[in-house]
Design a protein around this ligand. Structure first.
Ligand SMILES: C[S@@+](CC[C@H](N)C(=O)[O-])C[C@H]1O[C@@H](n2cnc3c(N)ncnc32)[C@H](O)[C@@H]1O
Length: 216
């Protein structure tokens, strides 16, 4: 996964992060991250903040790419920690976030969140991942991330994330573009195994299958 995503980052990072356009200006690219935050975060603050002031919240992002959404998250929340398997993507994210000292980016191993400092386990108020798990070919790796998000979140906190829900897709174990799909039954079972309540789910059967997992 690391080699494939490093190669995509070198070829045309912004296109592979957001395929809506082949070429993105800085303004367009980061505006698209602001749009994601408006559509997935700002209109869902009751579930996400649960009464906490956003500026006092610590947030985790899995698969931050070139920092498109991370930068918008750092404008809303007090502290953002973001991981990505690609060192090339992380280099671009670090540059995009140079003027945001409240954002911390880490290259991880593509499987877990052990790169986040141990003393932060159990302290995150919200975790988010968008258009990342839809590219991961292994159900075990995705479930491990869900277990890891559980380890880092405080009790009651939300992990909002998107998986591929279109089960008609033919996926291959070594394809890092077309990730493994999940049925509604599979995500409910995964939530149970990982200690989450799968309180809301939207888009079962579709590419954008959004899940609201609350840590029990
Ligand atoms: C389509 S991009 C989306 C980036 C970002 N979420 C956004 O919306 O701008 C997918 C990102 O997921 C990262 N990624 C893919 N597989 C990963 C894995 N197993 N662990 C961590 N990051 C991964 C890639 O390196 C890439 O940066």
């Amino acid at each position: 996964m690391q080699a494939d995503w490093d190669a995509r980052a070198k070829e045309n990072a912004r296109y592979y992060v957001q395929t809506a356009q082949e070429s993105w200006s800085d303004d367009e690219f980061f505006a698209s991250g602001e749009q994601t935050v408006r559509e997935q975060i700002l209109n869902d603050m009751i579930n996400i903040c649960q009464g906490r002031p956003p500026k006092e919240m610590r947030v985790l992002e899995i698969g931050c790419g070139a920092g498109r959404v991370t930068r918008a998250l750092a404008n809303v929340f007090g502290e953002v920690h973001a991981v990505d398997v690609s060192g090339e993507m992380i280099r671009m994210a670090a540059s995009a976030l140079a003027s945001h000292p409240n954002a911390h980016v880490y290259q991880n191993n593509g499987m877990d969140l052990t790169v986040i400092p141990d003393n932060l386990a159990g302290t995150f108020d919200f975790a988010f991942s968008s258009i990342v798990f839809q590219h991961i070919p292994s159900r075990e790796v995705i479930e491990n991330y869900v277990r890891e998000a559980h380890r880092l979140l405080r009790p009651g906190a939300l992990f909002k994330f998107q998986v591929q829900g279109d089960a008609s897709l033919e996926t291959q174990p070594d394809d890092t573009w077309l990730g493994v799909p999940f049925s509604d039954e599979q995500v409910v079972e995964m939530a149970g195994r990982c200690g989450f309540e799968p309180r809301h789910r939207h888009g079962a059967g579709e590419q954008y299958f959004w899940l609201w997992f609350f840590k029990q």
